[in-house]
Design a protein around this ligand. Structure first.
Ligand code: SF4
Ligand code: SF4
Ligand SMILES: [Fe+2]
Length: 240
């Protein structure tokens, strides 16, 4: 299917929001580079590229329905939106099904098994780390925990100037530029049930306090914690 046509459709879908359109173009481009570098076949590339172009399609609806676009809400609303669009454009059902699954899991980092899922997450991280102004420590943490493909790791090191031999706690590491970005914060509604503590892939929520406390230096802003909190005590105070 024609990627240019799909990109045009998504730019129209995100009308008036150029940042969102530029984001998807960057994620698509990097996903394509990683996919080729990792030797994906043509059908796998079609699925990966289609997912990269459409991965954030749930944001508008999430914002409208819930007033935020945290990762779990995007994963909930995105697949339905993508299905409608891809059906209208005549995509094969097999491609649509896999793309919808990927959209529904693109903020799920704790059980990445398939290569297309891994590559989509890596491409999104490459773009988000830059767009969100991530500090050195946050970038190194993502590099260690998220990047697994050789191509993705090479791109991440080159893009952010990482030295594989220089670990985060090395004496040489310079964190002076590190910025804390308040992606998710816990409010007084917290009853200290610890559900969020158990699901956090970075283990960066301190459950011994009430409200529980998110270590912003380690947080990857995945939104998993906000999605499991029945008390709506975790809120996204910035963008997702
Ligand atoms: S899931 Fe919600 S209520 Fe439970 S500890 Fe986390 S923030 Fe507090
Ligand atoms: S604290 Fe950060 S890394 Fe942990 S689940 Fe919440 S958003 Fe994700
Ligand atoms: Fe994204």
């Amino acid at each position: 299917m024609d990627r240019a046509e799909l990109i045009t459709e998504l730019i129209k879908y995100n009308e008036g929001d150029p940042k969102r359109s530029q984001h998807l173009i960057k994620v698509h481009s990097l996903a394509a580079v990683i996919g080729r570098g990792e030797g994906l076949k043509s059908e796998e590339m079609e699925i990966l590229e289609t997912a990269a172009i459409t991965h954030d399609i749930g944001i508008r609806l999430s914002e409208k329905k819930y007033g935020n676009c945290c990762g779990s809400n995007q994963e909930k609303e995105g697949p339905g939106e993508a299905e409608k669009l891809l059906k209208r454009l005549g995509y094969p059902q097999k491609v649509t099904d896999r793309v919808c699954w990927l959209i529904g899991h693109h903020h799920t980092y704790d059980n990445i098994v398939e290569q297309d899922h891994r590559i989509l997450v890596e491409a999104d991280f490459l773009v988000n780390l830059y767009e969100d102004g991530a500090g050195r420590k946050e970038i190194e943490s993502a590099y260690d925990r998220i990047f697994r493909t050789e191509t993705g790791r090479t791109l991440c090191r080159a893009m952010f100037g990482l030295d594989e031999n220089e670990r985060p706690d090395s004496d040489k590491a310079d964190y002076s530029q590190a910025k804390v970005r308040q992606g998710y914060v816990v409010t007084e509604k917290c009853v200290q049930c610890r559900s969020c503590v158990d699901v956090c892939p970075m283990q960066c929520i301190d459950g011994s306090r009430k409200p529980v406390y998110i270590n912003q230096e380690k947080c990857l802003h995945c939104g998993t914690c906000a999605g499991v909190c029945d008390h709506k005590a975790i809120i996204a105070v910035n963008k997702c």
